[in-house]
Write a protein that binds this ligand. Structure first.
Ligand code: PLP
Length: 292
């Protein structure tokens, strides 16, 4: 029964290493997060061994579909949905867990033009914003369509009560570098705990960069921009890894950000993550799982 929205998913990628092997990046984090979504939606959890065995088996079968070009990978989509043939509103007694794959190239090739959304919202305290439940994505399509009509690629979601604090951009976590400090909104009900987000913060801390997980006001971003202190703005997520933001639109005005080649941290961390995922750099944190 699809009507009551018991539908959750995950997203990850398999990468081809230089020696032809196939590697996954932190797949157990996807398994854990899928179960966070499952619990919140009153769905059964998928045990780690079932999840990992199905995943590894499927990627082995699909091994020839893992592309080897720069920026290319095999996108993997695990999902679970209710399947009861029963119309009453209740948690389903039966579910289907499936995994599908597709080869992909670069997600965003150009830096993004994003618009601060102050009418619609993505998530609220006590809601389901921290889960990958299908309804979160369906609800975001219409506001995103409106932004696209105005010439933007994506939205910057703000908090539902005041619309003064930034939360996420599209299906990515948001990060800013202001005065050499890496700043991102803290995890909570309204922020999806991105695996890329965690990996970027971990590397930044390894490199002794100053990191702040705290609320960021829209005004703070534009104040920093006006003073010339906003150095970088980007989204993080499995699809794009680092999606550079070139322009932020707010109340009819466009704010242009520094050119991408000048962005020291995001360029460096994007390359570092890519090198780890493809087995070119030392995997200090034990993030990489070898498939073949
Ligand atoms: C999936 C997702 C992210 C990014 O998570 P990753 O694990 O880094 O891919 C960020 N925000 C939202 C809303 C998402 O759905």
């Amino acid at each position: 029964m699809i009507h009551y929205g018991q539908s959750i998913f995950e997203g990850m990628k398999a990468y081809r290493s230089d020696n032809g092997g196939i590697l996954l990046f932190r797949p157990v984090e996807n398994q854990k997060r899928m179960n966070v979504s499952a619990r919140r939606m009153a769905m059964p959890e998928v045990p780690e061994d079932l999840f990992m065995e199905s995943l590894l088996e499927l990627v082995r079968i699909d091994r020839d579909w893992v592309p080897d070009g720069e920026g290319h990978s095999l996108y993997i989509r695990p999902f679970q949905m209710a399947t009861d043939e029963y119309i009453g509103v209740k948690a389903s007694d039966t579910y289907k867990f499936m995994i599908i794959t597709t080869p992909v190239g670069h997600y965003y090739s150009e830096p993004l033009r994003v618009m601060v959304e102050t009418q619609f919202f993505r998530a609220v305290q006590g809601g389901v914003g921290s889960t990958k439940v299908s309804g979160n994505y369906g609800r975001s399509l219409y506001p995103t369509q409106l932004a696209k009509q105005k010439g933007y690629d994506q939205l910057i979601w703000t908090d539902a009560s005041s619309h003064r604090y930034v939360e996420e951009s599209g299906t990515m976590n948001l990060m800013f570098v202001i005065d050499d400090v890496l700043i991102t909104p803290p995890l909570g009900d309204t922020i999806l705990a991105g695996i890329t987000r965690d990996s970027v913060l971990t590397l930044a801390r390894d490199w002794k960069m100053k990191v702040q997980e705290r609320r960021i006001a829209v005004d703070e971003i534009f104040d920093a921009h006006a003073r010339g202190h906003l150095q970088e703005a980007f989204g993080t997520g499995t699809a794009a890894t680092i999606a550079q933001i070139s322009t932020i639109g707010h109340e009819g005005k466009d704010y242009e950000l520094p050119p991408v080649p000048q962005r020291y941290f995001s360029n460096k961390v994007g390359k570092a993550l890519d090198d780890i995922r493809r087995g070119r750099a030392e995997d200090k944190h034990g993030w990489v799982v070898k498939v073949v």
